[in-house]
Design a protein around this ligand. Structure first.
Ligand code: CP
Length: 325
């Protein structure tokens, strides 16, 4: 099977074989970089030099945007960035779809896009004749984040079978949780979530999962604690949200993680708001792998970009050859 030319808009239909192939390439890149200071050998790099990626981030981003840019830099893949909203023609009244139509007309080889999910734009993206990677779409998905999350989990556990993944925080508004559920269906994990009543997600995919209103009980159960940011900007009824009461019950801090087992992982996709959804002291806990998530994001995204722009044979040769340029 080939990824070349394929979009990644969600993880709903991804197979275990596809995920394993992508992770194998990301692992290869990681080993190449850590041992030899390069991501790919000359064949792949020469091929990628002739391509151009267009990055269009219509919603704010630090990690994801820089991670894609870093991945492009490391694999010598040229890219262009759409200016921020205030510096683009969006301020003149151009729509998102028209902006993307113009980007497409520049004939990039791949489009990376973050946007506040709209049915019109989502449908339009499916018609494009260049591959599109979803870098976060409103509350509907963040596939590359979920890929790097699972890649990181797999580095710490021999297998995900039997692991208990707990999402803590604003689950109802989390695109990261949606995409994680989409990919974790491929592994024999148990999934739970912990949040106040008004942050409970709706929909059948959540109905059969373990719900904890009490964080201590959730943390006792979990082998992975995945914190999620409170997405105040997406709340419809802001008045329901009391930051002090929320932090008291749901902020992941040193006191709360006492009930988490010693071999568990503490994760967060970022950004986190200190002392609201995550206490910075937890960063120093030996179980916390947040920095590893960010680092792995570059390897996983580089693998994803290359898999869309190179033939399988070229990447297969890379696995065997792996010579420095
Ligand atoms: N995790 C994540 O998507 O972070 P950014 O919003 O900073 O890209």
């Amino acid at each position: 099977m080939s990824f070349a030319g394929c979009s990644l808009l969600s993880l709903k239909e991804v197979s275990l074989r596809e995920v394993a192939a992508l992770f194998s390439l990301a692992k290869k890149i990681k080993i190449n970089f850590e041992e030899n200071d390069y991501f790919f050998s000359s064949n792949v790099l020469n091929h990628l030099k002739g391509k151009v990626v267009a990055n269009a981030f219509f919603e704010p981003s630090s990690r994801t945007m820089m991670s894609f840019q870093m991945a492009c830099q490391r694999i010598q893949l040229p890219y262009i960035n759409l200016p921020s909203r205030k510096d683009s023609s969006l301020v003149k009244g151009e729509t998102l779809v028209d902006t993307v139509m113009n980007l497409k007309a520049l004939r990039p080889d791949l489009l990376v896009i973050r946007f506040n999910h709209s049915i019109e734009l989502s449908e339009y993206l499916q018609t494009l004749d260049c591959p599109v990677i979803n870098a976060g779409s409103g509350i509907t998905g963040h596939p590359t984040q979920a890929l790097l999350d699972v890649f990181t989990m797999l580095e710490h556990f021999p297998s995900l079978a039997g692991q208990k993944i707990l999402f803590v925080g604003d689950v109802a508004h989390s695109r990261v949780a949606v995409s994680n559920l989409e990919i974790l269906r491929l592994f024999e994990v148990e999934i739970g979530f912990c949040c106040p009543e008004f942050m409970k997600p709706s929909g059948e995919m959540w109905d059969s999962l373990n719900y904890f209103s009490d964080l201590a009980k959730g943390l006792e159960w979990a082998t992975v604690c995945m914190g999620l940011r409170v997405q105040v900007e997406r709340h419809q009824a802001v008045e329901k949200f009391d930051p002090r009461a929320y932090a008291q019950n749901y902020c992941i801090n040193l006191e709360k993680i006492k009930s988490l087992r010693s071999e568990a992982l503490i994760m967060h996709p970022g950004p986190f708001v200190r002392d609201l959804d995550f206490s910075h002291e937890v960063l120093s806990d030996s179980r916390c792998v947040i920095e590893e998530q960010v680092t792995n994001g570059v390897y996983v995204r580089a693998a994803l970009l290359a898999s869309r722009l190179c033939s399988d044979q070229m990447l297969l040769d890379e696995e065997v050859i792996g010579k420095k340029v």
